[in-house]
Design a protein around this ligand. Structure first.
Ligand code: SF4
Length: 963
């Protein structure tokens, strides 16, 4: 209207007074973020466009970091238990008292027997510190959460390719034409995968999702293959069968970069059966067709045979490894028609996928015009492409056949020549590593009480196991024992049962960090809670002491005797280290930090809240100094490190090698190796919180045998020398265990483990029914049940976050409408779900995005009443539920952990269930999920922080009024 002034609208107001850049920790992806502050409080979080991981992309979880930081569930002070264990009754104490108590508990253990400390961490990102700390303490009983996450993926990759899927490798997003996602929900490497899928979609490349449930990335796939859980290996074998049958494989690649031509001794019953034939220097041999004799398999001027039996000079017979591959997978049992019914995939689909894979790999004649030199000095003027990529995750891993399934996928990749070739799966530095990696698990204590190596590592043969003279486990989780020899990440899921039972020996103190082991991180949840609270005949807790550190009032806090409150991820220093899980990509090596955006004490003052919390990593170093642990104190006993930030800068794992690789050397000009640089953290902060060095162009592919890459990697200490890393489609390491089980060698399994080891340590990938499927009555439990990770939440943290709770506050059990009809269940009916282990009552919801023999739910939304200080009426605890209550931690037969027999990976996804509608009249309107447990007696949360946004609005109004 004339005469009226147009309102002054600022369409792009600044979100705050200033921003600081750091690294997100709302999931494992480690994106760069810009955190805007207003009046010293967080106002807004956005993706950092200058960060190499996410290039500005932010997800729902990342932006909700505000609510994570101001969560009412944050712990405020150290807590000492005053009620019974599990009640959640504590009194607040000062840090001095807390640290003195912890020291008083731990010092006698270290003096007596360090193994009486079991130190296990959850999804933390500081294993380079925690593993080292455990080593300095001298305990073999240390691990992080990998045993119940995806160790099958890591171990199968590292024992086959020297690298793995997960966040240690990536599809060649710029060149692949065909991507198969196996068992991948929205998970690790989240934003890079989204960015990558966007590129594929823009280019018209095909994406195939293999998963019983179509969620997350699978939702935008061009083709969804709704496979039955646990049968992926069988599907992969059928694809391999088709490729072999139609001779659509890359033999040149297999001979050049893998061990297809290495001669395998055939001597049934002999101590050398199945081992590689080697010369006097230990070099593997192949059969040279030109010279008609056995020669060094790594020589370049030979024409190696890949089939046919040969007789060696010493009279022994041998065949090339490829002959064994062909023999096994051409067998009719792996034909598409033979596996179709079990996998739930039409045979024609399997044949078509095999044809499409071969066409994408071989028919495009794609190559990059990049000159490079291989490990043998041969010059190449281009890099031959194989634009077929695979990516796999927990759906493959969390089965008792997951190790071999993952090996099967790697075999499929190798046959297509699709490992680190343009267009295929690519290693991210520091991978590839030698196969297996050189670091073996520590076994013995040195004179100063430290362990002779880090507690986790890679066994190369039976002699590396942690077993006693009778072959029984030495570790509390039984990792690296005959039951689970290649348990490279430990078996966190087995600790509480074994600690309660004193098997193999009693422990004194269980120290845990960020591991919600009385709830969503435990199988057999109800009994786990009992084990944590169980007392012996003298009235003492059977697990004598539990120290727990977390930032939030999770379910596990209630079971601690002493609680050490951690900071949020925006209040402390962290190193995302090359010694742990870096943020590298296939074209460059990178690491990163987090740093305090504000001082918690000042924040508390501003908020009026009382929080006296410390970063767990600094607390650990403080404790180490109080205990006088080697490496953490000077000769006079004074602390060597002020805090974790000081450790990040000054600690050297080897001369010149520290937690961060960037800006080393006294003047900050060295990268990779160099003396500590006092200004290192400041430089990281000024560089958006990360350091990255780009690989030379000629070093970006064929990393396992690219002289340029290997020499570059040697400079960083990723490999000891520039020798080629030969990919192991046939694994001699596995065969060594099998030979031991057959009665050969100095270290052999006890009789009760022999058949198991002989069966599952097959040097070529095998497929077998998941244990639960075999050991329960299939008619009684006809359905598979699995969980999926939601896009918008990560573990239990996300489902207490005020913003993310607006997306979902509860979960359902999702089933296909046909399945509902079959069992007389209507949409949103309450149903009873039973397994061989237990029963739950939940609400069903129809979803057509699931294979009809499978039911599923979101992971970790269900909460115990009052946990995370949620209201007692919170839907998470009243209607939400955990599938975990149905999952046993041991096999139905009770003979082993419910785990993969090679690696000890928890077999969460082997679960078999029955469903039926709850009888009419047994539920109140509205219903409540079962089981329910007594509410935790956590202090009422002050929800004021969640309303701070209103104050921000006020601030804007005030500013406008001033204008
Ligand atoms: S993907 Fe993960 S790390 Fe990245 S922004 Fe989202 S929550 Fe943060």
């Amino acid at each position: 209207m004339r005469g009226m002034r147009e309102p002054l609208l600022n369409t792009s107001p600044s979100p705050g007074d200033e921003f600081k850049t750091t690294t997100c920790y709302m999931c494992a992806c480690r994106c760069g973020i810009k955190v805007w502050l207003a009046d010293g409080k967080i106002r807004y979080i956005q993706g950092n466009p200058e960060h190499p991981v996410n290039k500005g992309v932010l997800c729902a979880k990342g932006s909700a970091g505000i609510m994570q930081h101001y969560s009412p569930a944050r712990l405020r002070k150290p807590l000492l238990r005053v009620g019974g264990r599990g009640s959640g009754e504590f009194r607040e104490i000062e840090w001095d008292e807390a640290l003195q108590l912890a020291t008083d508990w731990l010092a006698p253990i270290r003096a007596r027997n360090p193994d009486e400390l079991a130190f296990f961490t959850g999804r933390d990102q500081s294993q380079a510190l925690t593993g080292w700390w455990a080593q300095q303490f001298g305990t073999i009983n240390y691990a992080a959460h990998g045993g119940f996450c995806s160790v099958n993926m890591a171990a199968a990759g590292l024992y086959t390719l020297g690298g793995s899927f997960w966040e240690f490798g990536e599809p060649d997003w710029d060149h692949t034409q065909y991507l198969m996602l196996w068992g991948v929900a929205e998970d690790h490497d989240s934003n890079p995968i989204k960015l990558g899928l966007g590129k594929l979609k823009a280019r018209g490349a095909k994406i195939v999702a293999v998963n019983p449930v179509r969620t997350g990335y699978g939702a935008i796939a061009d083709e969804w293959i709704g496979i039955r859980p646990g049968t992926d290996g069988l599907f992969a074998f059928a694809l391999i069968h088709e490729l072999l049958r139609s001779d659509r494989i890359d033999l040149e690649y297999l001979v050049r970069y893998a061990n297809a031509h290495w001669l395998v001794l055939r001597n049934p019953g002999g101590a050398d059966d199945g081992l590689f034939a080697r010369d006097d220097d230990g070099n593997p041999l192949c059969w040279d067709r030109n010279g008609n004799r056995a020669v060094d398999a790594n020589a370049v001027d030979v024409s190696p045979a890949v089939v046919g039996e040969v007789t060696l000079d010493d009279g022994r017979t041998a065949v090339p490894a490829f002959e064994l591959v062909a023999e096994r997978y051409l067998d009719p049992q792996y034909a598409p028609d033979a596996v179709s019914a079990r996998c739930g995939i039409p045979a024609d689909t399997i044949r078509r996928i095999a044809r499409e894979l071969a066409a994408a790999a071989f028919d495009s004649k794609f190559s990059l015009p990049i000159a490079w030199t291989d490990s043998w000095g041969r010059e190449h003027d281009e890099m031959t492409g194989r634009p077929v990529a695979m990516h796999a995750m927990r759906g493959i891993s969390a089965h008792s056949n997951g190790f071999h399934t993952c090996r099967a996928l790697h075999l499929l990749q190798l046959l297509l020549g699709a490992v680190d070739t343009p267009g295929s799966f690519r290693y991210q530095p520091p991978y590839p590593k030698p196969i297996p990696p050189g670091n073996r698990p520590g076994k013995a204590r040195k004179a100063d009480g430290t362990l002779d190596a880090g507690p986790l590592g890679f066994v190369h043969g039976p002699e590396d196991l942690l077993v006693d003279a009778d072959g029984h486990p030495r570790r509390i989780d039984h990792a690296f024992s005959w039951g689970y020899p290649l348990a490279a990440h430990g078996m966190l899921q087995a600790v509480i049962r074994n600690a309660h039972a004193g098997n193999p020996t009693k422990i004194d103190t269980l120290l845990m960090f960020m591991a919600n082991m009385s709830w969503n991180s435990a199988m057999n949840t109800r009994q786990t809670m009992q084990w944590l609270t169980d007392k012996d005949a003298d009235g003492n807790y059977r697990i004598p002491r539990i120290i727990y550190s977390d930032a939030y009032a999770s379910e596990m806090v209630a079971y601690a005797d002493l609680v050490l409150p951690d900071t949020t991820y925006l209040e402390r220093f962290d190193a995302i280290s090359l010694l742990d899980r870096p943020i590298s990509d296939a074209d460059g090596v990178a690491d990163a930090i987090r740093h305090p955006l504000f001082d918690p004490a000042t924040q508390a003052e501003r908020d009026g809240s009382v929080r006296d919390v410390r970063g767990f990593q600094s607390v650990l170093l403080d404790l180490g100094a109080r205990l006088g642990l080697p490496g953490m104190v000077h000769a006079d006993g004074s602390p060597k490190y002020r805090d974790y930030a000081d450790y990040i800068v000054r600690h050297e794992r080897a001369p010149g090698v520290g937690l961060l690789a960037g800006w080393r050397g006294e003047d900050g000009t060295q990268h990779g190796k160099g003396a500590p640089n006092p200004a290192q953290l400041d430089t990281y902060i000024a560089n958006n919180g990360y350091w990255r060095e780009e690989l030379p162009e000629h070093a970006r592919y064929y990393k396992m045998a690219n002289r340029g890459y290997l020499e570059w990697a040697q400079r960083f200490g990723f490999v000891a020398d520039a020798k080629p890393i030969v990919l192991q489609l046939y694994s001699e390491t596995l065969q060594k265990f099998r030979l031991a089980a057959q009665g050969h060698g100095a270290v052999q399994p006890p009789p009760e483990h022999r058949e198991r080891v002989a069966t599952y340590f097959d040097p070529l990938p095998i497929w077998y029914e998941p244990f639960e499927g075999v050991q329960v009555d299939g008619a009684a439990f006809p359905l598979s049940a699995i969980t999926q990770r939601p896009m918008f939440m990560y573990h239990a943290w996300g489902s207490q976050n005020a913003w993310l709770r607006q997306i979902a506050t509860r979960n359902y059990l999702y089933l296909h409408p046909q399945t509902g009809a079959h069992y007389g269940i209507a949409d949103e009916d309450w149903i009873e779900v039973a397994s061989h282990h237990g029963g739950i009552r939940v609400q069903a919801k129809f979803a057509a995005n699931v294979q009809p023999d499978t039911v599923w739910s979101w992971n970790a939304i269900g909460k115990r009443k009052r946990a995370w200080t949620l209201s007692k009426d919170a839907p998470e605890s009243n209607q939400g539920f955990l599938l975990n209550h149905l999952i046993s931690d041991i096999t139905p037969r009770g003979d082993y952990a419910n785990a993969d027999p090679v690696t000890g990976q928890a077999a969460w996804f082997d679960l078999r269930v029955s469903i039926r509608k709850v009888a009419a009249g047994t539920l109140d309107a509205g219903g409540e999920s079962e089981p329910q447990f007594p509410p935790l007696a956590y202090a009422e949360a002050d929800e004021a922080p969640l309303r701070y946004g209103a104050r921000m609005r006020n601030r804007q109004h005030v500013s406008k009024a001033k204008e």
